[in-house]
Design a protein around this ligand. Structure first.
Ligand SMILES: Nc1nc2c(c(=O)[nH]1)N[C@H]1C(S)=C(S)[C@@H](COP(=O)(O)OP(=O)(O)OC[C@H]3O[C@@H](n4cnc5c(=O)[nH]c(N)nc54)[C@H](O)[C@@H]3O)O[C@H]1N2
Ligand SMILES: Nc1nc2c(c(=O)[nH]1)N[C@H]1C(S)=C(S)[C@@H](COP(=O)(O)OP(=O)(O)OC[C@H]3O[C@@H](n4cnc5c(=O)[nH]c(N)nc54)[C@H](O)[C@@H]3O)O[C@H]1N2
Ligand code: SF4
Ligand SMILES: [Mo]
Length: 736
């Protein structure tokens, strides 16, 4: 048994293991959450797990070249590379770059926070600023907690308005739901309504009752007009939310300019269609509005994400079954008593070169290159990259590539020698997933059903490999001046600090108890398991170290190999709110300040083509192009062009074209298709495997082109620092 780490759906897999190798993977029918669902990626688990290009030893740079090394040599080199720089220039010169798979590993949840605390660097860059940061910011502002992200109640809702998401290919995001496609079909089958807003006719759009092929980057305008209609036509019904909400009158004034008639042209959605949409939303017995990548990585990402939840509030659907609910994960904190919180602040510090405000203690990943290659005090001289491939995933890979090559020191925790890790002085490879234990610390917080699952490693750790948790723990020690201390000491430190806080907290079930005695009660075979036990026992379903003898512990979870169902999502307001007012703050100040920019967008309508991305079911960002079973077919790096545009440009199907934008140009084959609306072209990301010095023998054979080379890193959603990866202007020319 192993939970699949390849997307946010977290399906349980049953693995067939022969001679220490995974020879087959199928859906675990007894999994309490996924109930047997599996997609082609999960089914290809064995091929990924046994990829011969995976690194099996650490690599250390010597005389300019990477050579295999022992673990001791590798961590010695990390300490020797980082410490002198920190001591000479301070911790800010160490940039920490955290990539997407950290959300899919236990190590990625448990150790980066300790690393950051120990290092005390503010130079933190993560995939969030290429992704969901607008949602964190809008939740921070509305609810006072950037992690309070409501998820659509897929299985019970009567009406789903889905913007800029394509779960039939992505399997869902910030909405963890195994078999998302099946759940959408079930919604339709029970008479519910699905509306999809997407400039492409995606497989998800094809399933919908109504598909609006919006002009890219204008969702915030559309959403503002939907809110406008609800307010103007008296269609709001806050219901149970009324007493917990403030700012409704001010909101009405602020959104007055955004009538359907005014936004229609900018969005390419007729005003009457917008009114119908708003009325449908208001009339539904229950409804949920949900936006994803196409609503985040755009010019007005934070405004769009804010408006998504404003709609959920105004229709009374937030925090009620069938609407948008807040999960209560087993390894998370217990619900707090209602009352005012600390609120959420933005811009507590700024980036050195461009002065970008921090958001959630992060700086824009799009600004990493300039923070390295711009001279001056505080320049980033060293990078710790964990599960990240920003040379392909962030804007302007060429510039970042050159910047990384000029670093004094870089360490990558990565199983592959790829476009980014090839610049490292030390590469620390984690074992394949079959050899790693798994619990979804991140995704359970976005799951459409409360449940908890833990799977131990399915295959013994191969000789010479090191568990990723131990790699992270040793990295923490090497980077923070404690090189050589036992890795368990990192976990022990976290356990001690957590328990010290808990026993001092009057609301904790362990208030007043002896922390040492509590630590002795923890079970688990290693540090990470003890930490999981701790979190479960202090968590909302936990045994509170005996306070609730029936409660959850690691031992109870281990006795349930297919997981434990904790029931459907339930209401969590007002206890969840951490705003200063203790209420939902509908119109926060930073939003007010950004609204004039949205008004400006009404007039800005570029004449030419704009580009959007797309994801393919058998791919995953930049790192699954090396698995033969997943390659080929329609999983290709082609530019989708609508037949009308193709005819105008003189581009024929299969012909090579040159795409040019702010940051550069790429050459790719065109695919003429009605899957994309006129005026819009689409190119997937994660390609461009043609750089030297990698070890990706399958991927280099069909490298594709890096769409992010079209960007120079300057287009950002200003409130969240999120890169604009969708809806930017491009030119397309046929190549002879
Ligand atoms: N144009 C455009 N660009 C995009 C996007 C887009 O839609 N359009 N999407 C953006 C989004 S949403 C995201 S999340 C980012 C993702 O961008 P990144 O965060 O850079 O993630 P990946 O490209 O998935 O690369 C993941 C890295 O982790 C390594 N890895 C895989 N498994 C493990 C593991 O178990 N442990 C460790 N330590 N490493 C592992 C892989 O080898 C790879 O080097 O890309 C963004 N970039
Ligand atoms: N197979 C597969 N699954 C994945 C991934 C993968 O790479 N491959 N990546 C994972 C990651 S890291 C993430 S974050 C999730 C993302 O999960 P999703 O957001 O569901 O995935 P995308 O395919 O990026 O869907 C974004 C959609 O937005 C549309 N779009 C672009 N611009 C706009 C716009 O301005 N307005 C509107 N309304 N729509 C727009 C695009 O056409 C696209 O269909 O997927 C995860 N799952
Ligand atoms: S849907 Fe996601 S989690 Fe489920 S099998 Fe496919 S890749 Fe794995
Ligand atoms: Mo992502």
């Amino acid at each position: 048994m192993r939970i699949c780490p390849l997307c946010e759906a977290t399906c349980g897999l049953t693995l067939t293991i022969e001679g220490g190798r995974v020879t087959a993977a199928r859906g675990d029918r007894d999994d309490v959450f996924s109930k047997g669902f599996v997609c082609p990626k999960g089914a290809a688990f064995g091929g990924l797990d046994a990829d011969p290009d995976r690194l099996t030893t650490p690599l250390v740079r010597e005389d300019g070249r990477l050579r295999p090394a022992t673990w001791d040599e590798a961590f010695d080199a990390v300490a020797a590379g980082l410490r002198p720089l920190i001591e000479a220039y301070g911790p800010q010169v160490v940039g920490v770059v955290l990539g997407n798979p950290n959300a899919h590993t236990m190590a990625g949840a448990l150790y980066p926070p300790v690393l950051l605390q120990g290092l005390r660097t503010r130079s933190l860059f993560t995939a969030s600023t290429l992704d969901q940061m607008p949602k964190h910011v809008s939740s921070g502002l509305l609810f006072g907690d950037p992690f309070a992200i409501p998820v659509p109640d897929l299985d019970r809702t009567d009406h789903l308005l889905l913007l800029g998401a394509n779960p039939l290919e992505s399997n869902g995001s910030l909405c963890t739901a195994p078999d998302f496609p099946g759940r959408l079909k079930a919604l339709r089958a029970r008479g519910g309504t699905l509306v999809v807003v997407d400039p492409r006719r995606t497989r998800t759009a094809a399933l919908a009752d109504r598909h609006l092929a919006i002009r890219p980057g204008t969702d915030a305008l559309l959403l503002a007009a939907l809110v406008h209609v609800l307010l103007a036509e008296g269609l709001t019904a806050l219901g149970h939310l009324e007493e917990h909400t403030e700012g409704l009158d001010e909101l009405t004034g602020a959104l007055a300019p955004f009538t359907p008639e005014v936004v229609a042209e900018a969005c390419d959605v007729p005003a009457e269609e917008i009114r119908t949409l708003a009325r449908g939303l208001a009339a539904a017995r229950t409804a949920a509005v949900y936006g994803r990548i196409g609503s985040c990585t755009v010019e007005h990402g934070t405004l769009a994400n804010w408006l998504v939840d404003v709609l959920n509030v105004l229709t009374g659907n937030l925090d009620r079954p069938g609407g948008a609910l807040f999960p209560l994960p087993a390894a998370g904190p217990r619900p707090r008593t209602p009352g005012p919180g600390k609120g959420f602040a933005l811009g507590r510090w700024r980036s050195r070169v461009s002065g970008h405000p921090e958001a959630k203690s992060e700086l824009p990943l799009a600004a990493l290159a300039e923070e390295i290659d711009t001279p001056g005090e505080g320049r980033i001289r060293a990078v710790i990259a964990i599960a990240a491939n920003p040379v392909l995933s962030a804007p302007d890979g060429h510039r970042l590539d050159a910047a990384l090559a000029g670093l004094d020191f870089m360490v990558s925790v990565d199983p592959y020698l790829n476009e980014t890790s090839r610049h490292a002085h030390v590469v620390l490879p984690p074992p394949p997933p079959s050899q790693s234990a798994h619990h979804d610390f991140s995704f359970n917080a976005f799951a459409i059903r409360n449940q908890v699952r833990y799977t131990r490693r399915a295959v013994p750790l191969a000789a010479g490999l090191m568990d990723e948790c131990e790699i992270h723990a040793r990295l923490v020690l090497a980077a923070t001046g404690m090189h050589g201390a036992p890795p368990e000491s990192v976990d022990a430190l976290v356990v001690d600090t957590t328990l010290a806080k808990a026993v001092a907290d009057p609301a904790s079930p362990v208030h007043g108890r002896d922390p040492k005695a509590l630590a002795d009660l923890l079970t688990g075979s290693d540090g990470p398991e003890r930490r999981l036990d701790l979190m479960l026992r202090l968590g909302p379903y936990g045994d509170g170290f005996g306070a609730d003898p029936e409660g959850l512990t690691l031992d109870r979870l281990l006795a349930a190999p297919h997981g434990i169902d904790l029931g459907p999502l339930a209401a969590r307001l007002p206890g969840l709110l951490r705003t200063r007012s203790g209420r939902i703050e509908l119109l926060p100040e930073p939003i007010v300040a950004d609204l004039p920019r949205l008004r400006g967008a009404l007039a800005a309508r570029p004449a030419g083509l704009v580009l959007v991305g797309r994801r393919h079911l058998r791919s995953n960002n930049s790192w699954l192009h090396n698995v033969p079973a997943l390659m080929g077919g329609s999983n290709r790096c082609t530019l989708h062009v609508h037949p009308d545009d193709a005819a105008r440009l003189g581009v024929s199907d299969g012909a090579r074209v040159r795409v040019t934008a702010d940051g550069g140009a790429v050459e790719v084959p065109a695919e003429v298709t009605e899957a994309v609306r006129p005026g819009v072209v689409s190119l997937p990301h994660g390609w461009g495997h043609d750089r030297p010095g990698t070890r990706l023998s399958v991927a280099v054979a069909e490298p594709g082109a890096n769409v992010n080379q079209l960007l120079d890193g300057r287009r950002l959603d200003p409130l969240s620092g999120t890169a604009v990866l969708n809806g930017f202007p491009v030119e397309v020319q046929p190549l002879p």
